[in-house]
Design a protein around this ligand. Structure first.
Ligand code: 3H9
Length: 695
């Protein structure tokens, strides 16, 4: 036996306690321990076996860190078969999260009891695979096709109450898993209950699985795993149990071989690693009991909403009573959404809007808050006035944060007497919905201020990424570059609509031009005007055609017209023919003969531009690790999760291939396509971005 499973005999029951913190993942030691435990129990003269987990949970799944490594010890599906085949009555007592392989062990047990707070699920599709230890063969036998398709293709966690109603659980009981498990097992033995293998239960009737497969594939927007899992459920209905298991294994292995599996698992571990910074180890964050928000526009109201929902009282500062009331209206509107979705009650809504939120028009109201986030107009002179006032009124030790999306946080910090307390907290709109938070660390920002930024991010349930100071930080700087690559392709002959389509086919939630319409074309217009006023490098290719659209008052979705024309009540837009004409006119004026682009070429160029800038961002230390860039793009810019992020994608694509695209582009335009030194170095050394993540 391994230490991972403790064996104990209590009367007629052998108790197997899993102890593999933090989540009792079913790694080699646990699998071998369970096997040995079952074998020992069978020789021990007991009548039943109870399996439960020590610590915070029953088994949370197969050990994902073993994926892709040479297999060791008994396979999980074989272990499940062995548990189910035991002549003893096998009971599992669940608490915490019985997920994936964990639920599969429970399904291989003959009876299942759980505490009320337990959650179960088969989330394998969320890491690019599917249940591979009988989940697709046993679950439908217990709960039918429709419910299995829902649980397996969504990967969602099912609460104990629902799991009981569905038939996944046999009983729910308050208490410790060990105690309720022992009592239930004894009760089963006393009542003469016998083994009850799910594999021997009849399979449900088959449905139209081809139609179901197509439906799930479409819903997955490029993610294969849920659709492939449907084929597993199909096998359950159409094949005998053993043949169904074989089919499940084949399908599981097919998915294990995909880039999507690698991308999803990279995302899983990176989203956990991204906010772990070695320099913050042992650094206590400052206390955070209340915050101030300056500016109650869409962004400020979103930040205030997120804070209120996380239980932080907010002082909202606006310029006038009317503006403050308007801000309150926006916050209440956001909270109405949470109310409708059942996230808060009517009483909480009233408490948040009437008690936790304070409106103010005087900076003195901020004198006692622990942290202030300004979300005022994006203009350095305005920010400097705000920070000067904050410096005068805020208490000692209060953190002064800017939500700027590209301005120099060092310059902002320098206009205060306490630059060590100044930090950038860059939220993404709508701030109560979007998961990304860029924590922008200026030269003098104190470490405990950085730690507080991450603590706030955690409290607001954000994915927090550390960024250094530069124009646009991590995300907007990279966006500016790949967006420019798209603009260049438009000038050279591709249409915005072909580009958007090629990129959504690649997996992006939206193409760059549809995104621009959503964000508001006035933003890009202001940036173009600013860059021109600052003096653009003559080698930089400017495009002016959208200026004319903006001059006519068309700013995208909010005005009904931009790259696309939007009709009220209809989702999405149709191409705006005026834009096509303006592009043609600009090409003619610039003497450009348009050429055709294939969708492949569009994706290749767009991705190469993204990867190149991302490599510069990492090389310059603006992002600490490649995974920081990946998480920024995934959580703030609609990058497809199943591709892991741009730098994970680049690793899988081959860095030499990406570099070749960049060098190829440089032959036409060496100003834009200047290779990132880090990318060249990695190619020369035969290393990957992921190697840097592991350093
Ligand atoms: C599967 O089962 C396939 C089978 O069908 C077939 C096989 C043949 N493995 O998330 P947390 C780590 S596929 C290894 O911060 P929480 C995690 O990285 C699997 N490690 O805690 C973190 O490490 P660190 C199906 C794992 O309370 C630490 O544990 N199962 C695994 O917020 C704490 O995790 C899943 O997909 C794992 N399976 O959430 C479940 N799980 O501290 C995946 C976690 O070093 N896991 N770790 O950063 C989860 O959804 C959440 O972790 C869970 C806990 C809800 C369990």
């Amino acid at each position: 036996m391994t230490d991972a499973i403790a064996y104990e005999r209590i009367g007629e029951i052998a108790v197997l306690k899993a102890q593999n913190p933090p989540v009792n993942a079913l790694g080699f030691d646990i699998r071998e321990g369970l096997l040995a435990g079952i074998e020992r129990a069978e020789k021990d003269g007991v009548k039943a076996v109870l399996i439960y987990g020590d610590g915070r949970t029953y088994f949370a799944g197969a050990d994902i860190t073993e994926f892709g490594k040479p297999p060791r010890g008994i396979f999980l599906p074989d272990l499940c078969a062995r548990i189910e085949a035991s002549p003893l009555v096998v009971v599992s007592a669940l608490h915490g999260t019985a997920l994936g392989g964990g639920l599969e062990v429970a399904l291989a047990s003959h009876y299942r009891i759980a505490v009320p707070s337990a959650r179960v699920g088969l989330p394998e599709v969320l890491i690019g695979v599917m249940p591979g230890a009988g989940g697709t063969q046993r679950l439908p036998r217990l709960i039918g096709v429709e419910a299995s398709v829902d649980v397996i293709t969504s990967g969602r966690q099912v609460g104990a109450k629902e799991a009981l109603a569905l038939g996944i659980l046999d009983r729910i009981e308050e208490g410790e898993p060990r105690e309720i498990g022992l009592a239930y097992t004894q009760e089963l033995l006393d009542s003469g209950a016998t083994r009850r293998p799910v594999s021997e239960m009849p399979a449900p009737e088959a449905v139209d699985f081809d139609a179901l497969y197509d439906k799930v594939l479409k819903k997955g927007r490029g993610l294969l795993a849920p659709a492939v899992a449907v084929r597993g459920i199909q096998a359950c209905c159409e094949l005998p149990f053993d043949a169904g298991m074989k089919r499940e294994r084949e399908l599981f292995m097919e998915l294990m071989d995909t880039d999507q599996r690698q991308g999803m698992i990279h995302a899983f571990f990176s989203e956990r690693a991204v906010s772990k910074l070695p320099e913050l180890k042992g650094i206590a964050p400052r206390a955070l009991a209340s915050i101030g928000v300056i500016g109650g526009g869409t962004m400020g109201a979103g930040i205030a909403t997120a804070a209120l929902l996380a239980g932080l009282p907010v002082v909202m500062l606006e310029m006038s009573d009317e503006a403050a009331e308007a801000a309150k209206g926006r916050i209440a509107g956001n909270l109405q959404g949470a109310l409708k979705r059942g996230k808060i009650s009517e009483a909480q809504f009233t408490q948040l809007t009437e008690e936790a939120l304070t409106l103010a028009t005087d900076y003195d109201a901020l004198s006692d808050v622990d942290l202030v986030i300004e979300a005022v107009f994006e203009e350095m002179s305005v920010k400097k006035v705000v920070f000067g006032k904050l410096d005068a009124v805020c208490k000692k030790g209060a953190i002064l944060a800017s939500n700027t999306s590209y301005l120099d946080v060092n310059e902002i910090a320098a206009c205060t007497s306490r630059p060590e307390d100044v930090i950038g907290l860059h939220f993404f709109s709508p701030a109560h919905v979007m998961k990304l938070l860029e924590i922008v660390v200026a030269d003098k920002t104190a470490l405990d201020v950085v730690a507080t930024g991450f603590a706030l991010g955690q409290r607001l349930k954000k994915i927090s990424v550390r960024a250094g100071v530069c124009d646009g930080f991590i995300g907007n700087r990279i966006l500016a570059t790949y967006r420019k690559a798209a603009d260049h392709m438009v000038l050279d002959g591709a249409s915005p609509y072909q580009i958007d389509k090629a990129l959504t086919d690649f997996g992006f939630a939206m193409g760059p031009f549809a995104v621009a319409d959503l964000a508001g074309l006035d933003i890009g217009w202001a940036v173009r005007k600013r860059k021109r006023a600052e003096g653009m490098d003559p080698r930089d290719r400017d495009s002016e055609y959208m200026d004319k659209v903006c001059e006519a008052g068309n700013f995208g979705q909010k005005t009904g017209k931009g790259y696309y024309v939007y009709e009220a009540g209809k989702r999405g837009g149709t191409p705006n023919p005026e834009v096509t004409d303006l592009i043609a006119a600009e090409r003619a004026a610039k003497g450009i003969t348009p050429r055709a682009f294939t969708d492949d070429e569009i994706v290749t160029r767009y991705m190469a531009a993204m990867v190149n800038e991302a490599a510069k961002v990492v090389g310059e230390g603006i992002a600490r690790r490649p995974l920081d860039v990946d998480m920024t793009l995934l959580f703030g810019y609609g990058f497809p999760r199943y591709r892991g992020g741009p730098l994970k994608w680049a690793d899988m694509e081959g860095l030499d291939k990406v570099l070749a695209t960049i060098k190829n582009g440089a032959q036409e335009d060496d100003y834009f396509w200047e290779p990132a030194p880090l990318l060249e170095k990695l190619v020369a050394e035969g290393r990957s971005f992921d190697d840097l993540n592991k350093e």
